[in-house]
Design a protein around this ligand. Structure first.
Ligand code: ZN
Length: 183
């Protein structure tokens, strides 16, 4: 009788320990599913007009936001996306560097070339709107990468244009504010 009780007790505690271990493992490996976020629309939307706040550290929340934004941008067929477009207020955007989509944390344009070109630009937040925008052809960009390292890149042409468009979003500026007057 006593032995049976001990056996049951030890079996129970073994089971409890195993269940706890399983739970811990699940928590460690549990990744919330990637979400497609709604893109905010309209030149008058207040969320698109805020100046974003710098990110001190790449937290799990920031990494998740990057993944969600990447997926949202792909589904919307965009070439870049900035956090205010999905209702976030952190200084984060996605844009290509040498054709590779890159998460740019605390993106800043350190220098821009005097040479400029005017091209038609669209924006996921302004559907069916195309406006001519003057941009520098070459920029020096500083940002923090996903591992938290500071980076500096010289970027040209199309990629430089997209980055300037996205960094504008981080300061609450839209293409309609920059539309070139066509005479
Ligand atoms: Zn845009």
């Amino acid at each position: 009788m006593i032995y049976e009780l001990i056996l049951v007790c030890s079996l129970e505690s073994w089971f409890l320990a195993f269940a706890l271990h399983l739970l811990q493992r699940l928590q460690i490996h549990y990744n919330p599913p990637i979400a497609i976020l709604p893109i905010l629309i309209g030149a008058d939307h207040p969320a698109l007009r805020i100046k974003t706040k710098p990110i001190a550290k790449v937290t799990k929340k920031i990494s998740k936001l990057i993944k969600d934004m990447e997926e949202t941008m792909k589904v919307a067929n965009g070439v870049g996306l900035a956090s205010p477009q999905v209702g976030e207020t952190v200084r984060l955007c996605l844009a290509p560097i040498n054709g590779k989509l890159t998460a740019l944390i605390n993106a800043q344009i350190a220098r821009s070339s005097l040479e400029t070109t005017v091209e038609e630009e669209g924006c996921l937040s302004l559907p069916n709107t195309w406006v001519p925008v003057r941009r520098s052809t070459e920029i020096v960009l500083t940002y923090m990468d996903e591992s938290g390292k500071k980076q500096e890149r010289r970027v040209k042409d199309f990629d430089a244009r997209v980055i300037q468009h996205e960094v504008d979003h981080l300061d609450g500026i839209l293409i309609t504010d920059r539309a070139e007057k066509v005479s």
